[in-house]
Design a protein around this ligand. Structure first.
Ligand SMILES: [Zn+2]
Length: 114
């Protein structure tokens, strides 16, 4: 069964909102560090330092989540969203409601975790 377009739209909106939230939060963290006086230069150097600071500030779980969001958004763009990346079977809407980032169907995910 193919996913309904409006369902995908709903998930996409959710993912984009979550991504924006997280990005804003992470930028806040980075700005805090920057205003602590770690970065004083302007221009490209400051920018790259900011990115470095940002990356250093990130918790691994946050990086993981951002990656999952980006991957899910990419699959939506490619029209591959909701299809298991392992077996190619559709992932149920019920599962996607609970785990919008899910890239695998329940059986493949369970097989992977064993
Ligand atoms: Zn599967």
């Amino acid at each position: 069964m193919k996913l309904r377009a409006e369902f995908i739209e709903k998930i996409k909106k959710l993912l984009v909102e979550r991504k924006n939230d997280m990005t804003a939060q992470l930028l806040d963290i980075a700005n805090d560090k920057v205003s602590d006086g770690q970065v004083q230069d302007s221009g490209d150097e400051a920018l790259s330092l900011t990115m470095e600071t940002l990356q250093n500030s990130l918790q691994k779980s946050e990086i993981d989540e951002l990656n999952l969001i980006n991957n899910a958004l990419m699959r939506i763009e490619n029209g591959e969203y909701g299809v298991c990346i392992d077996c190619g079977e559709p992932i149920s809407e019920r599962r996607l409601e609970h785990f919008p980032y899910a890239a695998r169907c329940i059986s493949c995910q369970e097989a992977l975790e064993k």
